[in-house]
Each structure stands twice: as C-alpha cells, then as structure tokens.
Design a protein around this ligand. Structure first.
Ligand SMILES: Cc1cc2nc3c(=O)[nH]c(=O)nc-3n(C[C@H](O)[C@H](O)[C@H](O)COP(=O)(O)O)c2cc1C
Ligand code: SF4
Length: 485
C-alpha cells in the first residue's frame, strides 16, 4: 500500500501513515521533503490562486460567493460561516482595514493550528492574502500562541520567503493591491484566543475581551474594521478558490463543508492530528488514531475541546464528526479537539482538572466568571479530598448555570459546560466519590493518562507545564497556588 506522511504532535518530522482515511487539504504539503518551504508549496501550485485573482482582478463579491458556497464554517470553535462573516466587513472605509489570523490555540487538547504553521505556513499566508484582497485589508497579523516558539519561527521564515518572492508587500504582481503581514507573539494566555482579547493584546494592552457589539468588523484593531479568522479557516481558502466552493462543500456533509483537522489525544494508541472529510463516523476516526489504547474499553469522549460537552461511549459510538452529527448526539464539534478517555479514568478528578484550567485562565473582568470558576474548582477539590457533600452536585450545577450567558465572553460558558455535562452523564461516579471519599475507578490512571496525559503531550502553556511538573513530582494533585478551599 502506498503511504503518505501524517503529522504527529510528538515528532518534528511527519510520520508515515496509512492514507486510506485522510484527505489532506490544509496539510497537503506533508508528503514533500521540506513541507514548510516555499518550494514545496509552489510545487503543488501554491500562490497560483492569489496570482490569478489579483491578475484577473476577480471581484470581491465573486470570491465571497465561492466561500459561502463552500460551506466553510469558522474552525476556531464557534463554527460561524466564513463567507457570511466576510460579507460583514465594510466595503468602503477611509483608512486602514485589518486582517487577523487567530493561531492562539490555548485550550487543552487543541494542537491543529500549530501543525499548519509547522508544515504548511505558505498555504495560510496565501489564504490570508486572498482574504486581504477580498476585504480590502492593508495589514495582517497572525497572533501565535506564546509557547510554540519553533512554529512561530517557521511562520516568520515563511513570511520572509513570501515577501522576497513578491507575494506580500507593495503592489503584489504589479497590481495596486498591497498587503503587509506580520507574526505576533502571544504570551500563553488562553483568553487571548478570544478575538477581542487578542486584538487588545495586538495593540499592546492587557489581553481582556471587549464588550460586543461593536464587533471587530466595525471596531477591531486600533478601532478599525478588522476580520478575524482561525488558522485552519484561512488555510482552507486557496483550495476553495482552486476547486470551487461546491467541490469543497461536496467533501463534507450538508451544513459542514470540507475537511476538518481533528486533534486526537488521550487514551489512544496514535495521538495526533488527522485531517479527514467532515462527517466521518466517530468509530473510523478513532480507528485512524489506533483505537483505545492498551486494549481497554472506551469510557468517554470530549469531542471538540474541553469547552464542549463530554459524551459517554454510548452517546458517541454512532455519531458522525460534523456540526450537526455531534449536535444531534448531544455535544458539539468545537475546534475538533477530541479527548478520549478509557475505562480507568476518574471522571471526578478529570473534571476537577478541567475546572482548574478555566479558573486559572479567567481574565477576571466579570464577577460570575471570576468568582464562579473559583467556586467550581474549590467544590470539586473538596470532593476529591473526601470532604464532599451530596448537595455539592446541585451546587455545582447551580453555579454553572449562573455563569452561563452572564459574562462578557464565552469563557464563562466554556467553564460551565464540562461541569454540567460531566455531572449529567457520570453522576453515580460523583455520588460514589462523595459517599466513600475515594474514586469509584479502582486503578485510576489519571496521573499518566486521561486529561493529564492530554496536557502532558499537547498543551504546552507555562501554567500547564508547571502544573504537570508539580503533579508528577509530589504525586499529589496540587497545581501551584490554590484558591482557599
Ligand atoms: C475563551 C476563548 C478562547 C478562544 N480561543 C480561540 C483560539 O485559540 N483560536 C481560535 O481560532 N478561536 C478561538 N476562539 C474563538 C474566537 O473568538 C473567534 O471566534 C475565532 O477566532 C474566529 O475565527 P473563525 O470564525 O475562523 O473560527 C476563542 C473564544 C473564546 C471565548
Ligand atoms: S467571561 Fe471570564 S474570561 Fe471572559 S471576560 Fe468575563 S471574566 Fe474575562
């Protein structure tokens, strides 16, 4: 059987993989010897679409129509239709318009965008340049997560290459279209992935979300019209223009066009990024990742990242991996960060770990989020210390419900969702812990697997690294400074 290369988060070199299940579109340079190079991208026709639309003066409205037809939905988590978003940018504006790419990717279990930066940065740059042409943006920024320094350098190098080749800068292809693009180094705060906090951070301010409206399309970077899209969203654009919106839509299923990069982590034999057609059955994707590790059985899956609802094995077994498929099955696609948990996972400790993340990352502007995330963590902490009360379960649900929908940004909802869904689907396990003061799971492998395994392998923010070291060093579950219990 012929092989192609597959990206793997544990290695800087792509590893060989069975090609039967993957459809490489955003990662299409992977089979090339030096996938991140301009030469590799140009060999596959790279920058051909930018050249075509600029030289032929293709109308912005026609490009937006193709993007709408493609069914591309924002890959940053919310799934907002990209073509529609582009149509919100004011056509005429007397001043600079901006384009922002969101490569912040700070949620545990998310690690797809860094592989686009690492293995196919030129496709992202071409996608951004096409978007800039379409929306009339003169300047672009790619905001890259603080701790992925090597990928930041790869992207910067690609910017230099693109500029030297005349694909960026003044009067591109001799036209009157000019676009400058810069890499911006973030500092590792999860909240800076929220688009308005990200914009504040680009402006050199503390990364805290703004009230919306106004939305970035009317008040973005430096108060000017700005379009923000995720890395994978932009990287899909050149293919859409090359093959047409309909062809992209046809790769997927209704309401979920194209391919999707799934970051699969946790208790699987082959964790890594898998780019597959939207609508792939869950079981097939799990199979690509080698299945549940060590011959164990599946207990739970967080299908789209910790801000999406956890699902039991039963709920997800017949689900398809697309927006409607996962919504019908009781969760959501999010950013496609699939965390797999086997039968040995203690759901109480796993939830406590996630709650600590949201507590730690709350920016503190809104009272329900700032205080509520601390409450959630402290109550879960007292349960795992053997001091829980049965009423705590209702308290947890009540506090979560009071955070949801009452905050400036969606981090509040993101913190509430795991709590509500873990308790809803695994309540007996929580009750057992409270009653007996210990986990129902006899051989709790959280320390080397499950949520912590996911973080050890995939989430590399300073806070997480520190947490991991403290955890492993003293074997306890103390993660640095804790709030008062
Ligand atoms: C707390 C929080 C963190 C977020 N982190 C990211 C992120 O890391 N990357 C991302 O693209 N979008 C993230 N988003 C969503 C962005 O605000 C925004 O919707 C997205 O970048 C838009 O791009 P898209 O339409 O292409 O998905 C986050 C949102 C919230 C509330
Ligand atoms: S919801 Fe949380 S993270 Fe978002 S603005 Fe409010 S306090 Fe900050």
């Amino acid at each position: 059987m012929s092989t192609i290369v597959q990206s793997n988060m544990q290695s800087q070199k792509p590893v060989m993989s069975d090609p039967s299940g993957q459809t490489l579109l955003c990662l299409r340079t992977l089979a090339e010897p030096n996938p991140a190079s301009l030469a590799a991208y140009e060999k596959l026709g790279g920058y051909g679409q930018l050249k075509r639309i600029v030289s032929e003066k293709v109308k912005a409205v026609d490009i937006i129509t193709q993007v709408k037809m493609s069914g591309l939905r924002g890959r940053g988590g919310a799934g907002f239709p990209t073509g529609l978003k582009w149509s919100f940018m004011p056509r005429y504006f007397d001043g600079t318009k901006y384009l922002v790419c969101n490569s912040d990717e700070g949620e545990p279990g998310t690690f797809k965008d860094r592989d686009i930066l690492r293995y196919n940065p030129h496709q992202l740059i071409e996608g951004m340049a096409i978007a800039a042409y379409t929306l009339g943006a003169r300047v672009g920024y790619n905001y890259i997560h603080g701790e992925i320094w090597q990928d930041y350098e790869i992207f910067e190098n690609a910017l230099f290459e693109a500029k030297a080749a005349g694909f960026l800068g003044e009067n591109i292809f001799g036209s009157n279209f000019s676009f400058d693009c810069y890499a911006v180094h973030g500092y590792g705060a999860y909240i800076c992935g929220e688009e308005t906090a990200l914009i504040e951070s680009i402006e050199g301010k503390k990364g805290q979300p703004r009230f919306k409206p106004p939305f970035p399309a009317s008040y973005g970077v430096f108060g000017k019209p700005t379009n923000v899209n995720n890395t994978e969203s932009f990287a899909s654009i050149p293919w859409i223009l090359q093959h047409g919106g309909e062809a992209f839509a046809a790769l997927g299923v209704p309401n979920s066009g194209g391919t999707k990069l799934f970051s699969v982590s946790g208790h699987v034999e082959k964790p890594g990024n898998y780019e597959v057609k939207m609508g792939m059955p869950f079981s097939e994707l799990l199979g690509l990742a080698g299945g549940v590790w060590k011959g164990r059985s599946l207990k739970a899956v967080i299908p789209g990242g910790p801000s999406t609802a956890v699902m039991t094995a039963e709920m997800i077994q017949n689900a398809t991996m697309d927006y409607d498929g996962l919504s019908k099955a009781g969760s959501s696609l999010g950013a496609g960060s699939m965390i797999v948990m086997d039968e040995t996972t203690c759901m109480v400790k796993a939830l406590k770990r996630l709650s600590y993340f949201f507590y730690e990352e709350s920016c503190g502007q809104c009272t329900p989020c700032r205080e509520g995330t601390g409450w959630l963590y402290r109550v879960l902490n007292r349960i795992t210390e053997g001091n829980g009360k049965m009423e705590d379960l209702d308290l947890l649900t009540d506090v979560s419900s009071n955070i949801s929908g009452r905050t400036i940004c969606a981090l509040g909802d993101a913190a509430a969702t795991p709590v509500i869904s873990f308790i809803k689907h695994f309540r007996p396990e929580f009750e057992y812990y409270i009653k007996h003061g210990k986990s129902m799971v006899e051989q709790d492998s959280l320390q080397v697997s499950g949520i912590d395994h996911t973080m050890v392998n995939t989430h590399i923010s300073g806070v997480q690294e520190l947490a991991k070291r403290v955890y492993i060093k003293d074997g306890s579950d103390k993660f640095g400074a804790e709030p008062n219990a």
